[in-house]
Design a protein around this ligand. Sequence first.
Ligand code: T6T
Length: 329
Amino acid sequence: MRSNLRFTAAGLGAALALAACSTGAPSSDSSGGSSGGGNDNKNIAFVQGVAGDEFYITMQCGIEAKAKELGYTVTTQGPQKFDPTLQKPIVDSVTASKPAALLVAPTDVQAMQAPLQQAAAAGIKVVLVDTTVNDPSFAVSEISSDNVGGGKAAFDAIKQAKPSGGKVLVISTDPGVSTVDARVKGFEDAAKADSAFNYLGVQYSHNDPATAANLVSSALQKDPDIVGIFATNLFSAEGSATGVRQAGAKDLTIVGFDAGPNQIKALEDGTVQALVAQQPGTIGTDGVEQAVAALTGGSVEKKIQTGFTIITKDNLSGEGGQAAYKSTC
Ligand code: T6T
């Protein structure tokens, strides 16, 4: 497994010490190219986990840039919710259109297994980007962040801000999503191993910010002394910040995965104290390189792990800001 893991936390300590506390367009075609079999097939399909999510938009930018450089065209589609019942028909129709390669972020480890296996059985080179499935052996390559490491880094950031410990809570999306499950595990293992902390467990927001906000408000009513919340992705973090704001809780540290424009704003406002930014553009460019290597008889890496950057107010004007996600390419 290659790892181009990059973990930078410059400025984290200072920033935390100071801290007291869709829908989207269903498809876009960057090419105008037509589908079809054969060696002249230069079509790559990208199926996002959900449309309108800046993480996947930034990945799409990387995919399109690398595909253009290598002489391939890209068609991108995503379901309107992070939901396998909505993603499966998209994958099925992509399989029927026979692109040369499919880059896909499966929305569930079990439910997307068969549809993706069928795509591979139809001769399409499948590359799993971001998320994975229970048995990814049909895929030519898998590219994702160090999600367990990112979950642990989130706990370390809370611990740095709250060294005397206390109650900590996790807000995630849904069980069965490989990435967020791994982030929960990284956080949970670290929290349980530290006797100063009382791990309150994980609550699921179904990737809906309003649900995440309600979960956080209720949790703070029950346990007003919660010292830290780890939100495992963009929409969980957005909702958690709203919930904390609505509850008027001041002495609480929120660490969120991902770095979309709303998360950066929450960091600037001081509602959120640290963000774990992934490298979605790199996941995209790596994904295209692996797909093209598989198509042209080059050497393919079965697994690639990408790194993350911890963003705080302190490094926002430098490398932290550079790690922020894009809304458009
Ligand atoms: O955190 C990313 C992605 O890695 C995860 O699999 C699903 O949620 C995001 O897309 C952010 O919303």
